[in-house]
Design a protein around this ligand. Structure first.
Ligand code: NAP
Length: 326
């Protein structure tokens, strides 16, 4: 009997073919619209495997409808869209796609940092809007990146790759985790500091932790008030880690200098969101891992995890290790 699986969006052909070789596949075909909840509620009842994206909220109510679901394969490294505890209680495996997106996301994070520091979007708009009348000494001046201090909150796979890029710009690299990474400190010349010291001493504060109950609103009014008035906050992790109302206030009243955001608490962010009204905010539509090569690799890795789980193997990237096929 071939396992039945449901895929919640059109995925790259190579990943689809891989799954179709071993499974009966049904897929939500709309490119730009997430699968409606009602469709997912109906489909989940009879499938062995679900292949989903971070746009799907896989909560306990939904999981409770599943009669024989073995796995939820998320095409992302972050899995805050899935109630992992509820899945574990029901013996459902949850998988993710770590590693393959690390360098691409670190690239984007550094691009966003430089773009925000040197006011690239603002400068481009300035020219196109016909405001460039003459060269002027302090026109569109930003913050230097080379030699500055970067503070990375969450030095994991992506955080460490970001640190390597920063070292190439002769930056002082501070980091804060719940546990120290002494090997990286030695090989890359990084400094471990407590959370408040990182906030006080960094010119660039980069958020790179997963989104968990512990990291919700990790950066709020108190944390922003500790940062330098010339500091720039970069968030390419998840929106909910930064308190957006507090960030708006801090950017508006000059508590910090600017912010670069690839992620928002609610996505897609509403066009009337206060943060989008500020000139010192650079915004992107959650494109951290968006290179053709990397998104294809992520899709294929999520396919491999799914196939492994529905064919009785332990998936390579199993999040809830307490649940397994054995
Ligand atoms: P990772 O290797 O698991 O790294 C996460 C790091 O965060 C770990 O070193 C962890 O260290 C630290 N951390 C966890 N909780 C913390 C806390 N409360 N305070 C301080 N540090 C904490 O994950 P990754 O692969 O680098 O990915 C990181 C996140 O980036 C993902 O979870 C995802 O949400 C996001 N992401 C976004 C995009 C995008 O498109 N924008 C793309 C890829 C990933 P300790 O356990 O020692 O604290």
């Amino acid at each position: 009997m071939r396992p039945n699986v449901y895929i919640t969006r059109r995925i790259p052909q190579s990943a689809l073919e891989k799954i179709s070789e071993v499974c009966n596949v049904e897929m939500w075909e709309e490119e730009d619209i997430p699968v409606p909840r009602a469709v997912l509620e109906e489909k989940i009842e009879e499938i062995d495997g679900l292949y989903c994206l971070l746009t799907e909220n896989i909560d306990e109510t939904l999981l409770n409808r599943a009669k024989k679901l073995k796995v939820v394969s998320n095409m992302a490294v972050g899995y805050n869209n899935i109630d992992v505890d509820a899945a574990s209680r029901k013996g459902i495996m949850v998988t993710n796609t770590p590693g393959v997106l690390t360098e691409t996301t670190a690239d984007l994070t550094f691009v966003l940092l430089m773009t925000t520091a040197r006011r690239i979007v603002e400068a481009s708009d300035f020219l196109r809007n016909g405001n460039w009348k003459t060269w002027s000494p302090m026109l569109l001046t930003g913050q230097d990146v080379f030699g500055a201090t970067i503070g990375i909150i969450g030095l994991g796979r992506i955080g460490e790759s970001l640190a390597k890029r920063a070292k190439g710009f002769d930056m002082r690299v501070l980091y804060h985790n719940r546990s120290r990474k002494e090997e990286a400190e030695k090989t890359l010349g990084l400094e471990y500091v407590d959370f408040d010291t990182l906030l006080k001493e960094s010119d660039f504060v980069c958020v790179m932790t997963p989104y968990t109950p512990e990291t919700r609103n990790l950066i709020g009014e108190r944390e922003l008030s500790l940062m330098k008035s010339t500091a720039i906050l970069i968030n390419t992790a998840r929106g909910g880690i930064v308190d957006e109302a507090a960030l708006y206030k801090a950017l508006k009243d000059g508590t910090i200098w600017a912010a670069g955001l690839d992620v928002f608490e609610e996505e897609p962010v509403k066009l009337n969101h206060p943060l989008l009204t500020l000139p010192n905010v650079v915004t992107l539509p959650h494109i951290g891992s968006a290179s053709i090569k990397t998104r294809t690799l992520m899709a294929e890795l999520a396919a491999t995890n799914l196939i492994q789980a529905v064919t009785g193997q332990i998936p390579t990237h199993l999040v809830n290790k307490e649940v397994s096929n054995q």
